[in-house]
Design a protein around this ligand. Structure first.
Ligand code: KIV
Ligand code: ZN
Length: 517
């Protein structure tokens, strides 16, 4: 084998990937995907299996006509009719490739093909010879190579290279191997087949044991220079080796592999999103490289580390795969540094005491909510911005009961300086009961003119924000309150309005609008 430091990326998203249950794509979708694969910089696009259906034939033909850059390849069984159909579809490309295959394991030969080893060998050679008359770019795959007799596999590979195969693909069709064994097999094959230097050795590893990428990398370390893979690792059963994982492993561990690919890694995230959208197959959040959590940090220690130096917890730069930035998810485990950084991102720079006060509120909220979103932070900031010391009454405790066949009641305890004031009341609902209890405590019973509830941020654990408008002796006052509990948000909003009434009566500057002003 000539020493090459470039690994050929053979993308089979549109052929093996499309074999994922429910993933079938129409011509336009396939073309859109192929264009993105070309942007991604893959070397070969296996666009389909032309003989399998008129639709697939047209899709491969159309991609071959329109998509420039990568070689456009079609799959064909080791059957003349398949190879002809394949050629008629791919020949429109400037760089066509025919990929023909036949199984070489005794299991497949006897149970599926019902042939003999000699017949399979002859068929493989005849097919490659036939394809090589159409193009000099012929690939041969020994399906189920993983379970094939090694000596026989080597004999087939040697013979197809003599017949004109320029690429010989050794598939682990059923994802059976483990990396050390697979690497060893590829090394032994490279050492054994005398004419192997005339062809590129390729591998095609399925993921049944979750080892598709590991096996592909082991093969590369042992002489393979083409990898067959799919975007997001989609494909038959548990899928194929994932393109983005292989490419980023080669790049991230260049110190180990000393190999490159032609992939423009910045297009990886876009390609992943497109393939997921077109196939309807979601990407699991913890999927390496392209999962939503691949660059998301949740723990406070990790967030602090990443803010000080990204490389503390990231081995890849998110921008290298087309992800804008690392996400620091604000949760109960986040620290001050994470909160401060998010605030800075939102354009706020707080003094140390203000940050401390906000962080205390953040922790209380984060205990109730899974994630604290930007809107939640802004709401906390808004609450914090209010001059709490100017408020006469503070909500100390509240308990409400309501339900079918129960009279709604509320017990409310307010603090007024050192005084603790408590009342209970019934009402039309828990909110009404709480408002009545507060009216009893404060001696204020303004008329509720308006009540509006909306959710801040998203999710069932989102905070509710309540805005009320009340009127007392010609004075119209609004109040706002937020909480993950909407009854509490309602009580906070009402109390906020009551405090404004008290403050305006005491001659304070009312943050209120007088009717008619
Ligand atoms: O998994 C496999 O063996 C295949 C071949 C057709 C290459 O997909
Ligand atoms: Zn396959």
């Amino acid at each position: 084998m000539p020493k090459q430091d470039r690994v050929i990326v053979f993308d089979t998203t549109l052929r093996d990937g499309e074999q994922s249950p429910g993933a079938s794509l129409n011509i336009d979708e396939k073309k859109a995907a192929a264009r993105q694969l070309a942007e991604l910089g893959v070397d070969v696009i296996e666009a389909g299996f032309p003989v399998s259906s008129p639709g697939d034939f047209e899709a491969v033909k159309s991609i071959a006509k329109d998509v420039r850059g990568p070689e456009i390849c079609g799959l064909a069984r080791a059957v003349k009719g398949d190879i002809e159909a394949c050629w008629n579809a791919v020949k429109h490309s400037k760089r066509p490739r025919i990929h023909t295959f036949i199984a070489t394991s005794d299991l497949h030969i006897e149970q599926k093909l019902r042939m003999t080893r000699q017949q399979v060998l002859d068929r493989a050679v005849d097919s490659v010879r036939f394809a090589a008359r159409l193009t000099d770019n012929v690939e041969f795959s020994a399906e189920d190579a993983v379970r094939s007799d090694f000596d026989y596999l080597c004999q087939v590979i040697e013979s197809v290279i003599d017949a004109g195969a320029r690429t010989v693909n050794i598939p682990d069709t059923v994802g059976y191997s483990i990396p050390s064994e697979w690497g060893d097999k590829i090394r032994r094959l490279v050492d054994r087949v005398p004419n192997i230097h005339k062809a590129v050795v390729s591998v095609h590893c399925h993921n049944d044991l979750g080892l598709g990428v590991a096996n592909s990398l082991a093969a590369i370390q042992n002489g393979a220079r083409q990898v067959e893979c799919t975007v997001n690792g989609i494909g038959e059963r548990a899928g194929n080796a994932s393109l983005e994982e292989i490419v980023m492993a080669l790049r991230t561990r260049k110190d180990l592999f000393h190999l490159t690919t032609g992939v423009n890694t910045k297009e990886i995230a876009r390609a992943s999103r497109l393939i997921s959208k077109l196939t309807g197959i979601p990407v699991q959040p913890n999927k390496a490289v392209v999962g939503a959590n691949a660059f998301a940090h949740s723990s406070g220690i990790h967030q602090d580390g990443v803010l000080k130096s990204r490389t503390t917890y990231e081995i890849m730069n998110p921008s290298d795969v087309g992800v804008e930035e690392s996400a620091l998810l604000l949760t109960a485990r986040s620290g001050r540094n994470g909160v401060q950084n998010r605030l800075k991102h939102l354009g706020y720079s707080l003094t140390a005491p203000k940050l401390e006060a906000l962080f205390a509120k953040f922790k209380l909220l984060a205990d109730k909510k899974k994630y604290v979103f930007d809107d939640d932070l802004l709401t906390l900031l808004d609450e914090e911005g209010r001059d709490a010391s100017a408020e006469t009454y503070h909500l100390d405790y509240m308990s409400t009961t309501s339900g079918t066949g129960i009279v709604p009641t509320a017990t409310v305890r307010l603090r007024k300086k050192d005084e603790v004031l408590q009342e209970a009341s019934c009402g039309d609902g828990p909110v009404d009961a709480a408002y009545r209890a507060m009216a009893k405590i404060t001696g204020l019973a303004p008329e509720l003119k308006d009540y509006a509830l909306h959710s801040v941020s998203s999710g069932t654990d989102a905070q509710g924000e309540v805005v009320v408008k009340v009127e007392a002796q010609g004075l119209v006052v609004s109040g706002k309150g937020t909480s993950t509990d909407i009854v509490e948000a309602s009580a906070k909003a009402y109390l906020n309005a009551l405090n404004k009434i008290v403050s305006s009566r005491a001659g304070g500057r009312p943050a209120v609008a007088k009717r008619g002003m």
